[in-house]
Design a protein around this ligand. Structure first.
Ligand code: CMC
Length: 444
C-alpha cells in the first residue's frame, strides 16, 4: 500500500489534509481515505474495496478492524487508558456512582442533579418484574448455571414488552434501554435465590442501584438484612469498571443482533450468551477455579510451566487482553478494592489473594508474559472480591452482565442513531472444495 490522493468516498468522510492509502492490485489502483478519530489510531475506510478492486480484507478475530464509529468508550491499550465519554475510569470509579455512569454512557454527558434524580426514579420504577416472570424460573433446574437463567429470562422478557420491536421510535428505544438496565439486577438476584430455593426479594425504591441488588441477593424473610455501605460502594465501583469496554465480543454481538432490527431484549440476551465464555466475562469464574486448582504457592512454578507449554492449552486466566498491551487500568482499581473489601470484612489472611499476588508477580517477571505483553486484566482480582462478599462462583459472570448491560444498551442505541447503520454481514475467505458434481448416490 502507498499514499496518494483520495477518490470514490464523499469528501465529508475523508480526514481533511490527512493521508490516504492506495492499493494496487491486479493492474488496478484505488485510493482509500484515512479517517481520523477525535483520539487514537486512524482507520482506513475500505468500504469501496470490493467495488473498486474486487477484494475483501481478511482479519480473523477482527483484531485489525474498526467495525463501527462510536463516541462512547475510548481505550489506548498501549498506555493503559480507558475513558467513558472522555472521562478517565479512575475518576469515575472514585467520584461517581453506577447510576450516574449509566446516564453518562447512555446519554453522552454527566447528568445535572435534576436529570440524575429523574433517571434514578425511572430505574427504580422499572426494577419490578412482571409477576408472571416468576414462572420462568420454575422451568429451570435448581442447579442450572445462573448465566443460562439470565440469558433465558432476559430473552423471555421480550414477550412482555412487544412494543420494544418498535425500534424506529426513539421513545420506545429509550424505554427499552431503561427497562433493561432497571430489571437486570432483579433477574440476576432472582437467579441466585432460585438456586438456593429461597423466596425472591422484590426491588425497593429507597435503595441505590447497587444496595438494591445486594438486598435482593442476600435479604431473607427470617432475619433483618442491612446493606454494608462499604461493600455496596465497592460493588458499585466494580459495576462502574465493567460498565462498557468498546467493541468487545459481547458488545459486538449486541450490535450485530441489533443491526437486524431484532427486539432489544433479544439482542441483550445474545450479548449475555457471548459474555459467558471463559475468554470473555467467564474469566472471573475461571480465575477462581484456577486459583483453587493451583491450591498452594509451591505449585505456581509448575502451573506457569503448563501455561507456557503450547501443547497444554492451559492459559493463565485473568491475564492478557486483545487491546491492553500494558496494565489494564481496571485491574489496578480492582486490586485496591480487593484489599479494601477484605479489610472491611476483617479478613486478615486470604490464601487465594496471597496466591493471586504471588502468581501475578511471578508471571510479570517471566519472559513468556513479558514478551507477549500479558498483564492482569479486570477479571484477575474481581473473583476474590466477589467470593469475600459471599457471592458464589457461578454468579461472578452474572455480576459482569448486570454491569455491562448499560454498555450494551448504550452501544445498541448509538448504532440506531448512526446514519451509516447497515446489517452486519461480513464476508469470508473460502478455502473449501471447488465446485464439483455428485456421483450417483448409493441409496438410489
Ligand atoms: N495465558 C497464556 N498465554 C496467553 C494468554 C494467557 N492468559 N493470553 C494470551 N496468551 C498468549 C497466546 O498463547 C499467544 O501466544 P503465541 O503468540 O505464542 O501464540 C499470545 O499470547 C497472543 O494471544 P492471543 O490469543 O492471540 O490474544 P487474543 O487477543 O486473541 O486473546 C484473550 C485475548 C483475553 C482472549 C487472551 O489473552 C486470554 O485467553 N486470556 C485469558 C482469559 C481472560 O482472562 N479473559 C478476560 C479478558 S478481560 C475481560 C473481558 O473483556 O471479557
Amino acid at each position: 500500500m502507498s499514499q496518494a490522493k483520495s477518490e470514490n468516498i464523499p469528501p465529508q468522510n475523508t480526514a481533511q489534509g490527512e493521508n490516504v492509502v492506495t492499493v494496487n492490485y491486479n493492474g488496478k489502483s484505488s485510493v482509500f481515505p484515512v479517517l481520523k478519530g477525535s483520539m487514537g489510531d486512524h482507520v482506513v475506510d475500505i468500504r469501496n474495496l470490493k467495488k473498486n478492486l474486487d477484494l475483501f480484507t481478511f482479519d480473523p478475530g477482527l483484531g485489525g478492524t474498526a467495525s463501527c464509529e462510536s463516541k462512547i468508550t475510548y481505550i489506548d491499550g498501549d498506555k493503559g487508558v480507558l475513558l467513558y465519554r472522555g472521562y478517565p475510569i479512575a475518576q469515575l470509579a472514585e467520584q461517581s456512582n453506577f447510576a450516574e455512569v449509566s446516564y453518562l454512557l447512555l446519554y453522552g454527558n454527566l447528568p445535572t442533579r435534576q436529570e440524575y434524580e429523574v433517571f434514578v426514579d425511572r430505574l427504580n420504577e422499572h426494577a419490578l418484574l412482571h409477576e408472571q416472570i416468576r414462572n420462568f424460573f420454575n422451568g429451570f433446574r435448581r442447579d442450572a448455571h445462573p448465566m443460562s437463567i439470565l440469558c433465558g429470562t432476559v430473552a423471555g422478557l421480550s414477550a412482555f414488552y412487544p412494543e420494544g420491536t418498535d425500534i424506529s421510535n426513539e421513545a420506545s428505544r429509550d424505554r427499552s434501554a431503561i427497562n433493561l438496565i432497571a430489571k437486570i439486577p432483579t433477574l440476576a438476584a432472582w437467579a441466585y435465590k432460585y438456586s438456593l430455593g429461597e423466596p425472591f426479594v422484590y426491588p425497593r425504591s429507597d435503595y441505590s442501584y447497587t444496595e438494591n441488588f445486594l438486598n435482593m441477593m442476600f435479604a431473607r424473610p427470617t432475619e433483618p438484612y442491612k446493606v454494608n455501605p462499604i461493600l455496596s460502594r465497592a460493588l458499585d465501583r466494580i459495576f462502574i469498571l465493567h460498565a462498557d469496554h468498546e467493541q468487545n465480543a459481547s458488545t459486538s454481538t449486541v450490535r450485530l443482533a441489533g443491526s437486524t432490527g431484532a427486539h432489544p431484549f433479544a439482542c441483550i440476551a445474545a450479548g449475555i450468551a457471548a459474555l459467558w465464555g471463559p475468554a470473555h466475562g467467564g474469566a472471573n469464574e475461571a480465575v477462581l477455579k484456577m486459583l483453587n486448582a493451583i491450591g498452594r504457592k509451591e505449585n505456581i512454578p509448575s502451573f506457569i510451566e503448563k501455561v507456557k507449554d503450547k501443547n497444554s492449552e492451559v492459559r493463565l486466566m485473568g491475564f492478557g487482553h486483545r487491546v491492553y498491551k500494558n496494565f489494564d487500568p481496571r485491574a489496578q482499581i480492582m486490586q485496591s478494592t480487593c484489599y479494601e473489601v477484605l479489610r472491611e470484612l476483617g479478613v486478615k489472611k486470604e490464601p487465594l489473594l496471597e496466591l493471586a499476588v504471588e502468581l501475578e508477580e511471578r508471571a510479570l517477571k517471566d519472559d513468556y508474559f513479558v514478551e507477549r505483553k500479558l498483564y492482569p486484566n479486570v477479571d484477575f482480582y474481581s473473583g476474590i472480591i466477589f467470593k469475600a462478599m459471599g457471592i458464589p462462583t457461578s454468579m461472578f459472570t452474572v455480576l459482569f452482565a448486570v454491569a455491562r448491560t448499560v454498555g450494551w444498551v448504550s452501544q445498541w442505541k448509538e448504532a440506531f442513531d448512526d446514519p451509516l447503520r447497515r446489517i452486519y454481514r461480513p464476508r469470508q475467505h473460502y478455502t473449501g472444495p471447488v465446485e464439483r458434481n455428485m456421483k450417483t448416490s448409493y441409496w438410489l
